[in-house]
Write a protein that binds this ligand. Structure first.
Ligand SMILES: [Fe+2]
Length: 193
C-alpha cells in the first residue's frame, strides 16, 4: 500500500470513519497541545485531572515526500473543552506555499478555521457529507463543537510539510469557544499578527 509507486486502494468504513489500512498513526494528547489552547492553566488542570486525555488521532496513508505524491487519511477529534475552548487540532500552515488540502466530513460536527499570514480569516462548518477546500497559503485548524467524535478524510501533497511553529508562536486569530451552550468565534486576545 504505502510508499506508492504502484496504484492501490484501501477500504474506509463510512459509518465509523475507520480507515482499514494505514502506515502511520499519530495520537495527540492534551499535554502536546499545551502551547495551542488559550488557557494554559486549564490545560494543566485537565492534563492532571483527566490523566492527559487523547484529543485527536490521525491514521494516514503516507507516501514518500516527493513532488506529485499525495498523503491521505482520516482524523478523529474527540469532543471536549479546555476552559471554554473546544478540543481542536494544533493547526498549521503548509511549509510549501503551493499546497492545498481537501477535507471530507464523515461524522460529528465542527468548524474548520482558516487564516492567511496577511490577516484574512474564514471558517467553514464540517460534518458528514461536507467537503472543505483549503487553498494554498491558508493555515487550517479543526474544532469539534459537537458532543460526538468528529471524523474527516483529508488529502494533500505529500511534500507540503507542516509549519506548526508559526501557530504555536502567534496563535490563531480567532478562537472557537462555548458561550451559552453554543459555539462562538471570538478574537484571540493573545494573537500577534
Ligand atoms: Fe494541512
Amino acid at each position: 500500500m504505502a510508499n506508492a509507486t504502484k496504484p492501490y486502494s484501501v477500504a474506509i468504513d463510512l459509518g465509523s470513519g475507520a480507515l482499514k489500512s494505514f502506515n502511520k498513526k499519530v495520537e495527540v494528547k492534551l499535554r502536546d497541545l499545551r502551547g495551542f489552547f488559550y488557557d494554559r492553566g486549564a490545560v494543566d488542570a485537565a492534563v492532571y485531572g483527566l490523566k492527559n486525555p487523547t484529543v485527536y488521532e490521525y491514521f494516514e496513508n503516507s507516501q514518500p515526500s516527493a513532488r506529485g505524491q499525495m498523503n491521505f487519511g482520516v482524523t478523529t477529534l474527540n469532543p471536549g473543552k479546555v476552559g471554554s475552548e473546544y478540543y481542536m487540532t494544533r493547526g498549521h500552515y503548509h511549509a510549501k506555499k503551493r499546497a492545498a488540502e481537501i477535507y471530507v466530513g464523515l461524522g460529528g460536527k465542527g468548524i474548520v478555521v482558516m487564516q492567511t499570514k496577511e490577516g484574512r480569516f474564514f471558517h467553514s462548518p464540517i460534518s458528514r457529507g461536507r467537503i472543505v477546500y483549503i487553498p494554498p497559503l491558508w493555515a487550517h485548524r479543526t474544532v469539534n463543537t459537537g458532543e460526538e467524535k468528529l471524523s474527516f478524510f483529508y488529502a494533500y501533497a505529500s511534500d507540503a510539510g507542516h509549519d506548526y511553529g508559526t501557530i504555536r508562536r502567534k496563535g490563531f486569530a480567532k478562537l472557537v469557544v462555548e458561550k451559552g451552550g453554543r459555539p462562538k468565534i471570538i478574537d484571540n486576545p493573545k494573537y500577534s499578527p
